[in-house]
Design a binder for this molecule. Structure first.
Ligand code: NDP
Length: 369
């Protein structure tokens, strides 16, 4: 695609803006009206606790059901998103930038509030806009951080399903596309099924909401993670059965480790005495888990997530680096994220953290890093 036509394709049309806004409105309204399990979040610095309505999976399933009905009645085309990928991407980017700016302004206006959770500023506008100034901003009663996170994960599946419909329409459906779709769908369903455990994720407990997270959810999680699906639309890959089995094995190791590590930490936080892998947990200083996956490396969950991302890309073969943009980025992302989390934990847990690092010396990859 020439640079001129690429730039032209990036200009959002009213249709893409409308699709985007209707989608976000649906996610917001459904999260209020559909039945939900209400879970308390972590206790915040000022002693308060937020409550989260967890019904992400039901929201996604109902949305897919509604889209199926609308498509059967010829009200919409399932390839709508696939046909407008670039402008949907730029719409998402512009929307994330606008929201980050609005949150920065709202933070400035509430600078004087008295709780210990008042907005934090570094004084550098770019950093504050990018990293955010408020921990848990709300709008019309919606917890924005939680909302954008689930909107991004659901968006990932909607884009993929639209690309699947497109590949059927143009006759390019392959084993690679089927495996890629299946892997992502299982990952997102697993994520939303365990949504209540998000309340222990670092994003939720510690990160302020700025462009980094909003763009991370709405642009990165929804669009960049779908890059393999977009690529497979115009590139045919002949995947042999042994190669497919090997990639499925990598996916399974990643999926089991991802769920296992995140569940073990959640279980430990809820009930520190519950056995891990059939044995009483090894606990450092009464606060840090050092058994199970958390005894293999201090962030085995990142390694497992990385294996998932690798399996998404491997189905595309090795003829192009484009499908590997996601796993390559994740290396940089996880290494820096682990360093920042490490600094936070060292400050929070003091000498206990040092002791944990001695017992579990590996950061992400056991015996390697
Ligand atoms: P973690 O779930 O690893 O959470 C880190 C926090 O857990 C720490 O700040 C600390 O918080 C607590 N903790 C750390 N070690 C221990 C321990 N040994 N025992 C008890 N508590 C401990 O990190 P993330 O929130 O970054 O990641 C969650 C998941 O989300 C991961 O699986 C990750 O792969 C995934 N993810 C994926 C992304 C992607 O783009 N693919 C992006 C970001 C995350 P506390 O104060 O509670 O003790």
């Amino acid at each position: 695609m020439e640079i001129g036509s690429l730039l032209y394709a990036l200009i959002p049309s009213w249709t893409s803006v409308s699709i985007y806004m209707i989608y976000l409105a649906y996610v917001a309204i459904a999260s209020f009206i559909l039945p939900a399990k209400v879970v308390p979040g972590r206790t915040l610095q000022d002693g308060t606790r937020l409550h989260y309505r967890c019904n992400g999976l039901l929201t996604l399933v109902s949305l897919i059901g509604l889209l199926g009905i609308a498509s059967n009645m010829n009200l919409i085309s399932l390839t709508l998103i696939s046909n407008r990928g670039l402008e949907m991407l730029s719409t998402s980017f512009i929307f994330s930038s606008v929201v980050a700016s609005a949150l920065y302004i709202a933070g400035c206006n509430s600078r004087s509030q008295s709780t210990s959770l008042k907005p934090q500023f570094t004084g550098n506008f770019i950093i504050d806009w990018y990293m955010g100034v408020q921990l848990n901003p709300h709008f019309l009663g919606i917890n924005l951080k939680f909302f954008f996170l689930r909107a991004g994960m659901m968006g990932w599946i909607l884009i993929n399903l639209s690309n699947l419909a497109k590949s059927v329409e143009i006759g390019s459906l392959t084993l690679s596309m089927i495996l890629y779709q299946l892997f992502c769908l299982l990952h997102v369903v697993d994520f939303l099924y365990h949504e209540e455990k998000l309340t222990f994720y670092w994003d939720i407990i510690a990160e302020r909401l700025g462009f980094m997270l909003i763009g991370g959810y709405l642009v990165w999680a929804a669009f960049i993670t779908t890059i393999q699906g977009w690529w497979l639309l115009s590139n045919k890959v002949e995947l042999s059965i042994p190669a497919a089995i090997a990639i499925c094995t990598i996916y399974l190791i990643g999926a089991i480790g991802y769920r296992g590590a995140n569940d073990q930490k959640h279980q430990f936080k809820m009930n520190p005495k519950e056995p891990i892998w059939g044995k009483p947990p090894k606990v450092i200083g009464g606060k840090l888990l050092a058994s199970g996956y958390w005894g293999l490396a201090r962030h085995y969950n990142y390694l497992a997530d990385y294996l998932l991302s690798l399996s998404f890309s491997l189905v595309c073969g090795f003829s192009s680096p484009i499908p590997y943009i996601y796993p390559v980025f994740l290396i940089v992302f996880f290494v820096s994220r682990e360093r920042r989390d490490e600094a936070r934990c060292a400050e929070k847990y003091k000498e206990i953290w040092g002791e944990y690092c001695k017992v579990v010396p590996w950061r992400i990859v056991p015996y390697l890093y």
